[in-house]
Design a protein around this ligand. Sequence first.
Ligand code: C5P
Length: 251
Amino acid sequence: MEIGRDCTEQLSSPYYVSVPPSCDLILALDLPDRNAVTPMLRKLHGSLSWVKIGLQMFTAYGPDYVKAVADEGFKVFLDLKLHDIPNTVAKAVGSLSALPIDMLTIHTSGGSEMMMRANQAKESTKPDLLLLGVTVLTSMDKVGLREIGVSASSSDQVTRLGKLAARSGLKGLVCSPLEVANLRRELSADIQLITPGIRPAGQSGADDQKRVMTPREAAQAGSTHIVVGRPILQSPDPAEAARAILAELSS
Ligand code: C5P
């Protein structure tokens, strides 16, 4: 299906660990409208295999949009950050399992029962789906956490929620690249860590990202996947930009 036809944290961490076996690239497919998607994906065929679809495009265009992106030959990370009572999240995971998706996010702050029920739903409907826990949103600072009754530091809260997610059966987390080294020390090596907030070395602007790492720094810290949007989408040659990032990751 042709997409759009029918419609309508720079860091120098002292805590680098050994480079994980591989770190892959996920494109954040944050484009202004659906008509821009197919031309972009066609430019990127063969250069990368993962795209992230967020809440904005999913709520605008729905499951058909996800199918259309997958039909273009890309693996889909559906970033919906589900958060509700355990039964509702489990049912939503069951429904979303019918889609051609490979990763899906839920909020770890929904608690262990919510995560366990979500994981059970995934296991019984789509065992290969990687269910990812979102810990503390990077838009939350100390004041924001206090406002909702969390007195721990953001970093301690991320670690706490990350460990809770792992105990609840989740095999991956989305986090800031600055949190990866801490989480790597606390979690088993099979936990996938997916990090946005990446800017290639030598790139002048970080856009609205406040604290960033380069692809190689994120991989060295222990990320298994990095999420990159604007540095690829806004490049004059998106395929070359993606290839350069992958080359940096494998170098
Ligand atoms: O364009 P850029 O590379 O900054 O895009 C990063 C992507 O990762 C966006 O889709 C953004 O919403 C997402 N993201 C993020 N920081 C988080 C969680 C998600 O930048 N903490």
